[in-house]
Design a protein around this ligand. Structure first.
Ligand code: ATR
Length: 269
């Protein structure tokens, strides 16, 4: 049995152990997957200890994705772009490779739910780590354009400049948002405080989709607003399962079927 885990702080409510247990059962892979609360000031030590005890890989969540990025011996291109790592892989030589499956998980979830990305007009709200982590895979799907809007305009402009070589991307403050858009992705943490970025009433094109990277038993404020403005509404539970499936594939070379796992998680929310 190969050992994996998820590192976070706090980590008690993580759904990753249940997701990976379901993937393992479904695919017949013999893995053990636990949750470990690493100390805030010594993520590297926690990973080294896990690896020394035979750990083959790990997921990394808040607040350690940047610390994980810094300790890797080798990084995928998408992890370099994200400047954050959510998947650690220990290779045969004992080296640590870092990857980031968050954006691939989001893009896979959009595809699974038949949301077109190619040629779509896309708006992304927020310019923090969560958004940086998904921009490369979103741009690889070749939207017509991708605008990043953020409360702090500078951060959105910087992000747009950092990704300009990958596609049509622009950035600015919320006042630079002029619709209509086919897809609006909320990557701000405003939902956590029940807040809503200021958005124009004509944000959505006919048939548009609103996607919140957050999820919960109840729709977020952003999704409630989007529904009232005519958009199809999707939350981030599919992205969570999607990123897990991409990590599982990196470790095991097997692609699990996310649909039954997602349905079970949805019922338990
Ligand atoms: P994460 O890793 O979740 O992206 P982060 O890097 O702290 O966390 O970024 C949080 C994002 O949510 C930022 O884009 C932040 O906007 P600022 O860059 O202006 O701080 C955004 N955010 C948080 N609270 C918000 C609010 N009440 N209204 C609008 N945007 C908010």
């Amino acid at each position: 049995t190969d050992r994996y885990c998820v590192f976070g702080h706090p980590i008690g409510h993580s759904k990753s152990p249940a997701i990976h247990a379901a993937f393992a059962e479904q695919t017949g892979e013999a893995i053990e997957y636990t949750a470990i609360e690493a100390p805030r000031d010594d993520f590297a030590g926690a990973w080294r200890a896990f690896a020394a005890a035979g750990g083959r890989g790990a997921n990394v969540t808040v607040p350690f994705k940047e610390a994980a990025f810094r300790l890797c011996d080798a990084l995928s291109d998408r992890a370099k772009r994200a400047r954050a790592v959510n998947t650690l892989i220990r290779d045969e030589a004992g080296r640590t490779r870092g990857d980031n499956t968050d954006g691939a998980g989001l893009v896979a979830d959009l595809a699974r739910q038949a949301v077109p990305l190619a040629s779509a007009r896309v708006l992304v709200l927020g310019a923090g780590g969560a958004v940086r982590g998904v921009l490369a895979p979103l741009l690889a799907a070749e939207p017509a354009g991708l605008h990043v809007a953020n409360r702090t305009a500078d951060k959105a402009c910087t992000l747009a400049a950092d990704f300009a070589d990958l596609g049509q991307v622009s950035g600015g403050g919320f006042e630079t948002v002029t619709g209509p858009f086919d897809l609006v992705i909320n990557g701000t943490s405003a939902s956590l405080g029940g807040e809503l970025p200021p958005l124009p009433d004509d944000l959505f094109a006919p048939g548009a989709t609103a996607y919140d990277m957050m999820y919960g038993a109840e729709p977020t404020v952003f999704l409630r607003w989007a529904e009232a403005h005519g958009a199809r509404c999707l939350d981030g539970l599919g992205m969570l399962v999607g990123q897990a499936a991409e990590s599982f594939f990196l470790w095991r070379g097997v692609r699990p079927d996310v649909t039954p796992v997602l349905a079970a998680l949805r019922r338990a929310l």
